[in-house]
Design a protein around this ligand. Structure first.
Ligand code: PMP
Length: 393
């Protein structure tokens, strides 16, 4: 069909620059090993931190929900798509997060859009870390509030922005709890202190900390013992929780407001029963089996130490997200391609997802990786890294 020649031209340029990426289909479930092109490889690219995506308890919960409630909900929640199980799950989640209430949305992405687009007016300002996730950036694009960006985890820059914002009615400081490309944890205690000093509201996007940090995986707020001092926590159910969805954990007023004004909540259909039931089972598993989280952190330490010993630059990560920073975009993709031929799936990530010159292969270990698999992955990194001259031969 004619009409998209301008897109074709841009895609062609991406191909010529070695930046065009095809989707990689998995022919298996999402485990520590996956099947790609008919070959079993070690999975180091998923967010399945705790190995829950395909756990028998999760599958059973999903199947039972389908038997009882069917495959879909047939409506947005405000019309006819709220089931008792949706509300029961939200109560469970609120208890787990130690917040007054929660509201579940279709994804972490839409949770950020719902909250950021709805709760501020043009009399307000949102103050955001420069490396916050795309869904926060897009959410901010949808608000009528003014916006200020502070330098990444730089508290002087945050304080300057807060000082400049005294005349606004409300100030909302927003940060990722764990930054998704570098794996560093936000300095939340300092952020909270500054926000309190300047009477600002605080929002944390805990997508990569949900199920990973804090007691039983309650997130960064719990990790830093800041329960009750952060106004809004956004979490995802799509990563460590192993299914799909996002939520806003906050006050009853915020929940009620989002039900009336949160556009993704109002205008998009609710989660299928299988999704809600499996998410609910995952919260039970975090409480029943905290040793999964311990295993995740043991594996993280082992793998990070291994990469360091080989001489790779892993940036400033302090979580299971470990970037292997290569710099050059083409080389990062070459490393990823080579790793795949040596039996490891770890995606190359380049501009615009990360800054130019900081292209990388991003790795995420899970609780389900065995030591043997992680050692095999390290061996593949050593071989590929030496062949490409990224580490010394
Ligand atoms: N926030 C952050 C920090 C994320 O990394 C992601 C996922 N990439 C999201 C939000 C979106 O979450 P979801 O995949 O549930 O839409």
């Amino acid at each position: 069909m004619k009409g998209f020649e301008y897109l074709e031209q841009e895609l062609q340029e991406m191909k010529e620059g070695g930046l065009f990426r095809s989707l990689v289909p998995l022919q298996s479930d999402q485990g520590a090993k996956v099947v790609i092109n008919g070959k079993e490889v070690i999975q180091l690219s998923s967010n399945n931190y705790l190995g829950l995506t395909n756990h028998p308890r999760m599958k059973k919960a999903a199947i039972q929900a389908v038997e009882t409630y069917g495959a879909g909900t047939g409506s947005v929640r405000t019309i006819a798509g709220t089931f008792d199980m949706h509300q029961e799950f939200e109560r469970k989640l609120a208890e787990f997060k130690h917040t007054e209430a929660t509201l579940v949305l279709q994804s972490g992405f839409t949770a950020n859009q719902a909250i950021l687009s709805s709760i501020l007016t043009k009399e307000d300002v949102v103050i955001s870390d420069e490396l916050n996730h795309a869904s926060i950036i897009d959410g901010i694009r949808l608000t009528k509030a003014d916006r200020k960006i502070y330098k990444h985890v730089n508290m002087e820059s945050l304080e300057d922005a807060l000082k400049d914002s005294r005349d606004f009615r409300k100030r909302l400081v927003v940060t990722d709890g764990v930054f998704s490309m570098d794996g560093n944890i936000a300095p939340l205690p300092q952020i909270v202190e500054l926000a309190e000093k300047y009477d600002a509201l605080i929002m944390v996007d805990d997508a990569h900390a949900s199920g990973v940090l804090g007691r039983n995986g309650r997130g960064t707020v719990d990790h830093f013992d800041l329960n009750g001092r952060v106004h809004i926590q956004v979490g995802t159910l799509s990563k460590a929780i192993g299914v799909l969805g996002g939520y806003v954990a906050s006050s009853q007023a915020v929940r009620d407001y989002l039900i009336h004004k949160g556009r993704p909540f109002l205008f998009s259909t609710s989660h299928p029963p299988a999704v809600t039931a499996a998410c609910s089972e995952a919260i039970d598993m975090l409480l029943d089996e905290p040793e999964r989280i311990e295993r995740l952190w043991d594996n993280t330490e082992f793998f990070k130490d291994g990469l360091h010993a080989l001489g790779f630059d892993t940036g400033k990560s302090d979580t299971p997200i470990t970037p292997v920073i290569v710099g050059d975009e083409v080389k990062a993709h070459q490393l990823s391609d080579k790793l795949l031929t040596y039996g490891v799936f770890a995606q190359g990530i380049a501009f615009p997802t990360v800054a130019k010159g900081l292209a990388r292969v991003r790795t995420i270990v899970t609780a389900d990786h065995t030591r043997e698999l992680l050692q095999e992955a390290l061996d593949a990194f050593e071989k590929a890294g030496k062949e490409l001259g990224i580490i010394k031969g």
